[in-house]
Design a protein around this ligand. Structure first.
Ligand code: DGL
Length: 264
């Protein structure tokens, strides 16, 4: 069973990919909806949250963890790995690799939360494999509440205007590839694509899902334990369920439970 977590809905971008790539593996998802957003928090708060999220998932019989959150992947992944005896996969390296593979003109845009952009995590990961690449980053914190509040339909004017404003500099840079470095952002990828025509979008949740699959396959860790999905949140269920269903394209009715994350 794979444990997946994020601050809220964003990690579902990884879950949707996992469902496709490994339909026979059990998945347990935790969305920390009571404490979203993560992307504005201090490092010490993020370390605390990340450890609690992992501790909750470890109360289930998981054999790998997918940190489906750009912010936690940028700040806390080393810490999580240091306390974990099972593999912990984040979104940064897989996305950087996919972007370097995709770019033709070596100009790569990166968008993420404020914390992610300030950490420089994606820049470092890209430069490590492509020192000649030019990287332009922009923090897009408003995308997170827009997604959490369901402003995700293709023709949503408010989200489109926000995207136009946020993406102007990256557009002007001529980047041909854009990493959606916060897992919430692929949920509005139709809108982002309409603002950035001709630009290859890298879905960080999906890239991390592909990466954990490759790792588990190579390490003989795939269990084929049934393909069941269970969802946990730290605040009320119905809002999460509704937007999750809009995004996943299928019902998760009755599969979501609420926990008190402060107990972990
Ligand atoms: N989805 C998360 C990320 O990838 C966190 C967004 C937030 O809670 O601010 O960064």
């Amino acid at each position: 069973m794979i444990g997946v977590f994020d601050s809220g809905l964003g990690g579902l971008t990884a879950v949707r990919a996992l469902e496709k790539i490994m339909p026979n593996e059990n998945i347990i998802y935790f969305g920390d909806t009571g404490r979203v957003p993560y992307g504005t928090r201090s490092e010490s708060t993020l370390l605390k949250y990340a450890r609690q999220d992992l501790a909750f998932l470890r109360t289930h019989d998981i054999n790998a963890v997918l940190v489906a959150c750009g912010t936690v992947s940028s700040i806390a992944i080393d810490d999580l790995r240091s306390i974990s005896d099972i593999p912990v996969v984040g979104v940064v390296e897989p996305s950087a690799e996919a972007a370097v593979k995709a770019t033709k003109n070596r100009i790569i845009g990166v968008i993420g939360t404020g914390v992610t952009v300030a950490s420089g995590s994606f820049n470092k990961a890209i430069k490590k494999i492509a020192p000649d690449a030019k990287v332009i980053t922009t923090a897009c914190p408003l995308f997170v509440p827009l997604v959490e509040n369901g402003f995700i339909e293709k023709d949503n004017e408010i989200t489109r205007l926000t995207a136009e404003k946020y993406l102007a500099d990256i557009k002007a840079s001529g980047a041909d590839t854009l990493i959606l470095g916060c897992t919430h952002f692929p949920i509005i990828s139709d809108i982002i694509a309409s603002v950035m025509p001709g630009v290859t979008l890298i879905n960080s949740g999906e890239e991390a899902a592909k990466s954990i699959y490759t790792m588990m396959k190579n390490e003989n860790m795939l269990l084929g334990d049934g393909g069941d999905l269970s969802y946990f949140v730290s605040d009320e269920i119905s809002g999460f369920e509704k937007i999750a269903e809009m995004f996943l394209g299928h019902s998760i009715n009755g599969q979501v439970r609420k926990i008190n994350i402060e107990e972990y």
